[in-house]
Design a binder for this molecule. Structure first.
Ligand SMILES: Cc1cc2nc3c(=O)[nH]c(=O)nc-3n(C[C@H](O)[C@H](O)[C@H](O)COP(=O)(O)OP(=O)(O)OC[C@H]3O[C@@H](n4cnc5c(N)ncnc54)[C@H](O)[C@@H]3O)c2cc1C
Length: 463
């Protein structure tokens, strides 16, 4: 009898783990069954805003592999419309239920991968349960939002100005809806410092998106079971359609009920190989697990596809009998709203303060190409470096075409614990169509190194 691997959750982390395990162990040796409660497997949630906006087609184009392809090419069985409802660690079984007819079944396992992802946070305010209010996490959610737009929605309110919120605001603009974004924090993009978030707000306002930051949603106006408006502590915004972008919570209720350990934000605690702490044979990856922040040296919950794929691969290698580890994250992320690109890596100022670190910052405004070259666009780069040592702690970029991917060079510097002084000598490429002779990264490194130096002169010995 072959061993059996059961995977709960059929998207990025789960199917990467399953595929990787299959590469290392043949079907005679390892049977693999994945259960997915939704209607799609192995899909790109990251592509949903671009599908809703009409930039890419969907939903089929967003699916990397169908259940038929998994069965034929990988000997992996994917059961769609099948929800895991109980993990029984003593019997080493998962109880599953068909979402269509409620039929139940038990799947025994030798190894289990929990890859249940995360779900959008719902608002607990009056009217929050009516039709027309959507979280956006799965392709099924995308189908629902597209249907609402097609049904004639004219006014969209996006609640939450994180990266999903601003990407969905762009999608609604592309669908020619009147768009309002409501954000509780003083500025949108709370994954940036407020001074950088302000640049995003100004750019969005310039695009015709009404940004109501510093406003808290207190309820919804409704008629005939449908949303008609969003009430904030400062007024009411009419709405035919509301999109929630106020963050996600790990889907770990199932794991918690089985007694598995939870950490930051209720995410599962795993070791560097992806095994759930203290639970041999039970693995977890993706948005449902916590990660280790390599800069602050603290556990964090960073639900991103880039981590889900890597963690899934690590778990798959280990389930397949190999050895792989996931070292941690530096929280690199990029996003865009219309022609504004937004990127960050490492710590924000508040993260540095929370970690007890003292720091200096420098912000430089520059251009993405030589100033005289056609298409040169503005780019603002902010660096944060530790006082005295000058170690890079974090970086943020807001700019236009060519801005966001510069964050990757900064992420590599951060990953390798470089100081801003060392970064001033980095051998970065230069040609007028791609950068000014001093790339914005080099100017920002030099300005930050000067700030470190100036701080030592101003406050000698007070560090
Ligand atoms: C709109 C949007 C845009 C994004 N853009 C980016 C981006 O640009 N870059 C980036 O890095 N990341 C991005 N992300 C995040 C990225 O999509 C996620 O980090 C990634 O999908 C996580 O993969 P996962 O497999 O851990 O979880 P998920 O993709 O959430 O998959 C988990 C699956 O488990 C299923 N499931 C849950 N519970 C059960 C159960 N009990 N039984 C059966 N099935 C279950 C769910 O239906 C789901 O399909 C974006 C996310 C969204 C929503």
């Amino acid at each position: 009898m072959p061993e059996r691997l059961v995977v709960i959750g059929g998207d990025a982390a789960g199917m990467t783990a399953a595929s990787q395990a299959r590469r290392l162990r043949g079907a005679q040796d390892l049977q693999i069954v994945a259960v997915e409660r939704g209607s799609f497997t192995s899909y790109s949630a990251c592509g949903i805003p671009y599908w809703i906006g009409g930039v890419v087609t969907g939903p089929d184009a967003l699916v990397a592999r169908t259940p038929e392809v998994f069965e034929r090419d990988y000997a992996i069985t994917v059961r769609l419309g099948t929800e895991a409802t109980v993990i029984d660690l003593d019997r080493r079984e998962v109880l599953v239920r068909a979402t269509a007819d409620g039929a139940e079944d038990r799947l025994g396992f030798d190894s289990l991968v929990i890859a249940t992802g995360a779900s959008p946070v719902r608002l607990r305010v009056p009217g929050a349960e009516v039709t027309g209010i959507y979280g956006v996490q799965t392709l099924d959610d995308g189908v629902a939002v597209r249907a609402a737009v097609a049904a004639g929605a004219r006014r969209a309110v996006v609640i939450g100005g994180g990266y999903i919120g601003v990407e969905m605001a762009e999608a609604m603009v592309q669908q020619c809806l009147k768009v309002t974004l409501v954000e509780q924090a003083p500025e949108p993009m709370a994954t940036l410092d407020p001074d950088m978030g302000r640049l995003v707000r100004e750019a969005m306002t310039g695009m015709g998106i009404q940004v109501r930051s510093g406003e808290r949603v207190v309820g919804f106006d409704t008629a005939d079971g449908r949303v008609t408006g969003v009430r904030t502590d400062q007024g009411t915004v009419p709405a035919d359609l509301v999109v929630l972008g106020i963050g996600v919570r790990p889907n770990t209720a199932l794991a918690a009920a089985a007694g598995l350990p939870l950490g930051v934000a209720g995410a599962l605690r795993v070791d560097v190989r992806g095994q759930v702490l203290g639970t041999p044979g039970v693995w977890a990856a993706g948005d449902c697990v916590e990660s280790f922040d390599l800069v602050s040296r603290r556990p964090v919950h960073v639900p991103l596809g880039t981590h889900a794929n890597k963690q899934g691969r690590v778990v798959g290698v280990n389930v397949g009998g190999g050895y792989a580890t996931f070292p941690g994250v530096v929280r690199t992320a990029a996003s865009k709203v219309c022609d504004i690109e937004i990127a960050r890596t490492g710590l924000l100022e508040r993260d540095a303060r929370d970690a007890g670190l003292r720091y200096v910052t420098a912000t430089v405004a520059s251009t993405t190409r030589a100033g005289y070259f056609p298409g040169a666009k503005p780019i603002t780069t902010k660096l944060i470096a530790e006082k005295r040592t000058g170690r890079l702690l974090g970086a943020q970029i807001v700019g236009q075409e060519g801005a966001a991917k510069r964050i990757d060079a900064l992420a590599v510097a951060l990953w390798n614990s470089m100081t801003v002084e060392e970064m001033t000598g980095l051998d970065l490429s230069y040609a007028p169509p791609f950068a000014p002779v001093w790339d914005p990264i080099l100017i920002a490194a030099r300005k930050t190194a000067e700030a470190v130096e100036a701080d030592m002169v101003t406050h000698p010995g007070r560090h």
